[in-house]
Ligand binder design. Sequence first.
Ligand code: SF4
Ligand code: SF4
Length: 395
Amino acid sequence: MAKCCGDKNSQINASGPLEWFGKMIQNCFEYATQAKAKGKHIVGIMCEYTPRELIMAADALPVCLCGGSAEMIGPAEEDLPANLCPLIKSTYGYHLEKANPFLEMADLIVAETTCDGKKKMYELMNQTRPMYVLELPQKPEDSDAMAHWISELRKLRTKLQEQFDVEVTDEKIKKAITVMNRERRLRRQLAELMKSKSPPLTGRQLLEFKSNISGICADLKQYEKAIKFFKSQKTGSSKDSPVRVLMTGVPIVHGSERVLDIIESHGGLVVCMDNCTGLKPILEDVDETIEDPIVALAEKYFRLPCSVMTKNDRRMDVLRKLFAEYRPQCIVELIWQACLTYDVESYLVKKLAAEELGIPYLRIETDYSPSDSARIALRIEALFETVIERAGQSD
Ligand code: SF4
Ligand code: SF4
């Protein structure tokens, strides 16, 4: 088994994995504060295309800065248009208000050219904060796309070396890959528990099992504990089971779980999520047999099926695979307001659900405000009635 680190935080005792990850922000804050005091650098990231391994190999901590708070939207709208994705606005609101301690600790932000809203927001943030922007090729099938991405990752390595006056060796990158592969494997094993006819945890509980800082030894131990604990649970009868839901679409970052909560409080169980806060980033590992670790990282991260890519056929392949493995009875697609790429792509997901998978589909477009919760609940109830009716007919 890979040794991830020798930090003392691995000794922290939590009474249970759920309780441990329930305090995730506090845990990460303590971890980052201690690391910073010891001279480690903090690097903010805002997208799953950014390879955390490179940052870890620069002896720095990669911390996710994506905002999930509705309270940060108002301040952000002072500078940004109201008709913009709430994830972008919330992240920017934290920046303006200086309210995200991880952002305030960050020595560098690594951004990337994904959607237009994010790209332009980064420009404003960069007026006062150090930032490096990775250029993500938009056409993954082009013959020169991978070469371009590899060159971008090499440039990031150089930037990190210069910025932090540290050598980012192949050996260090390989070590970080091993840690991240272990983390991905553990999170995947937890997610796979949802394949059961009667899963031992809810979709919301599963969503809690992740950390804003990757590779923390104490977290990895808690993942192991959780897997052991949930595997030992006796599963209940599948009679009167909740409706199994596949959630797809935009990421559900910490604080923005409202739609998931509505689904699960109205008779549903989210058995899998293909988004960036769900399975998408952990479905595949980095190939540890590839000699050049930069090439290995490039290959793994470039295969992320995000709607900012054109075309993004791999997302449909992932949905087919998840449908076969997790047996959802319906698909709920979440679109953050003004997220054009996922919104346009929802046409293809709806078509897939209707014409190929043969299950009901519901598209929910919303933001972080709870003002439409009652309306969403009604639509979810109607969706579940359809599912139950169909199940009755096929009995
Ligand atoms: S959905 Fe796309 S842009 Fe957003 S975090 Fe994931 S990969 Fe990045
Ligand atoms: S949810 Fe959509 S609009 Fe918002 S940051 Fe992600 S890709 Fe961009």
